[in-house]
Design a protein around this ligand. Structure first.
Ligand SMILES: [Zn+2]
Length: 522
């Protein structure tokens, strides 16, 4: 049997994934996701871009300090203060990584950086050297690598490796590559630079999905000697997103007959719960027909298919849903379920909560089970997330009460009471085009922030007429877009919660400096 090459999974859900418009994660949510990424078995977690905000800095620092079992990476441009900031975030920890990037394609050199390639190579070399003063593990990315001339890629790769880079990532930053051509880049670079394999330098793929080819391109790279794949849970990320972790991993695993030379460390049965957590925290719903984790991924509609699956599953099903952690039967809790049963469900869903958080969740659970007979996993996720969110920041608004009048011939009017962090209550009333609009203008008046509603979505979290309604909103404040989410058995109340949640998150985002978002992205 041929030797098996371990493929490193580099997860960038918390960096590239978080760059999805509106997908802001707070510090606690990032830490929770990071713990689950470690349990999933990823090799590297890119936890943030520290120079861009205090939040990113804190996240990289906390994740590096508090998780064990994965390398934690922080991103930096080839700028001294960026690198120093990552170095500072990683201070006092061991075995972590600084990831530096600099654009190398002709269009980026001439139109964005306005620098000749020699100068770019020089800056990159100096940056890698600077990063090596902090850590032994340095990754370099020539941004827009797939559109960079091969000779340039070879030169810069040789130079940064000489300077101390241990991983060289060749990103398809704009999602332009096609599989055979992308794979050929890796083959060529390895052929021209045999020292890469000799010195155990990792080549890495980072693909965007603009043409729907991110996973295919990543796999093509793997076949040509790329030993690290950068990806995100649910494929979230800039624009059309990144290669989806679950798809890369399941392709390698399901087609072991073909990819028998490669293996990852991923525990596939943890994929589904984490996919749900990322979708809930970011507010980015997974499309129904999404491979592996979509609601319909294992649903068989055609009678002939159903018949086949009942007789022999493998007739129409190439993956056993339980292998990726899709629960085989829905466990429910109810009024008589105790704290212990709740704790078990919360843990199974992947959340790490302390006793005091669990107490709060249990209270909310009891209140909910008075209102509805069966409490599903989705309901519990909502309760835990609401609690995690409310524990996050001190200076925030909370919905105290709400009264709405609307009807066929009535002018919709809402009276809203919010409490601030000190518990001081403020009340205001407003009319609007509809009840939700009336609530939103009353909330804005109390909170004193002007936001524009960009998106409003309402869906039932579970089945049945006592199902909870989940509202997710996207709002814009100045030039930042933020999502908020609210769940309640009353959809009007859920709408209010979602809006207040979004407004609370604005504070977190506005601190994010725009410096590193000015078009530089690895
Ligand atoms: Zn990217």
């Amino acid at each position: 049997m041929a030797e098996i090459t371990p493929i490193r999974i580099f997860d960038t859900t918390l960096r590239d994934g978080e760059q999805s418009p509106g997908a802001t994660l707070n510090y606690k949510e990032k830490l929770e996701i990071a713990k689950n990424l470690v349990a999933l078995g990823v090799d590297v977690i890119e936890a943030g871009f520290p120079i861009t905000s205090e939040g990113d800095f804190q996240s990289v620092r906390a994740i590096a300090a508090e998780t064990e079992g994965a390398v934690v990476a922080g991103l930096a441009r080839c700028v001294r203060r960026d690198i120093d900031r990552v170095g500072e975030a990683l201070r006092g920890t061991k075995g972590h990584r600084i990831h530096v990037f600099c654009a190398t394609s002709k269009v980026h050199r001439e139109k964005k950086l306005n620098k000749p390639i020699d100068e770019i190579i020089q800056i990159s070399v100096e940056s890698v050297q600077r990063a090596r003063e902090y850590v032994d593990d340095v990754e370099f990315s020539p941004e827009d690598g797939s559109r960079t001339e091969l000779s340039v890629l070879v030169d810069i790769t040789a130079a940064v490796v000489e300077a101390g880079a241990t991983t060289v990532n060749i990103p398809d930053t704009v999602g332009y590559a096609v599989p055979a051509q992308y794979g050929e880049i890796f083959r060529h670079v390895r052929e021209v630079l045999p020292e890469l394999d000799r010195c155990d330098i990792y080549l890495s793929a980072h693909c965007h999905n603009d043409l729907g080819l991110a996973v295919a391109n990543s796999l093509a790279a793997v076949e040509q000697g790329c030993r690290q794949v950068e990806c995100t849970i649910n494929g979230i990320g800039e624009r059309a997103g990144n290669a989806a972790l679950e798809e890369v991993v399941l392709a390698l695993r399901t087609r072991k007959d073909y990819f028998h030379r490669f293996a990852t460390r991923i525990s596939a049965d943890r994929i589904y719960p984490l996919s749900r957590m990322v979708s809930n925290f970011t507010g980015l719903h997974v499309q129904r027909n999404k491979a592996i984790v979509g609601e319909n991924a294992f649903a068989h509609e055609a009678g002939i298919h159903q018949d086949g699956v009942l007789k022999e599953r493998s007739t129409y099903e190439i993956i056993d849903p339980t292998d990726v952690g899709v629960p085989s039967n829905k466990l429910v809790l109810g009024k008589h379920s105790g704290r212990h049963a709740l704790r078990q469900r919360v843990t199974t869903l992947g959340y790490h909560v302390d006793e005091s958080t669990l107490d709060h969740v249990y209270e909310a659970f009891k209140a909910l089970s008075d209102k509805k007979k069966t409490v599903y996993d989705e309901d519990i996720e909502g309760l835990v997330e609401a609690r995690i969110d409310s524990e996050l920041s001190s200076n925030r608004w909370r919905l105290v009460s709400l009264q709405v009048t609307s009807g066929t011939n009535a002018i919709p009017t809402a009276t809203v009471v919010l409490a601030d962090a000190t518990g001081t209550e403020a009340m205001d009333a407003s009319t609007g085009d509809g009840p939700v609009d009336a609530i939103y203008s009353a909330v804005q008046r109390i909170a004193g922030v002007a936001v524009e509603l960009l998106d409003y979505q309402l869906r039932a979290v579970t089945q049945g007429k006592d199902a909870q309604g989940e509202v997710s909103v996207e709002v814009r404040h100045k030039d930042v877009r933020v999502r908020g989410r609210g769940i309640s058995t009353d959809v009007i109340e859920a709408s209010a919660h979602a809006y207040v949640n979004a407004i609370n998150r604005i504070r977190h985002v506005t601190r994010r400096e725009t410096v590193a978002r000015s078009g530089d992205e690895a």
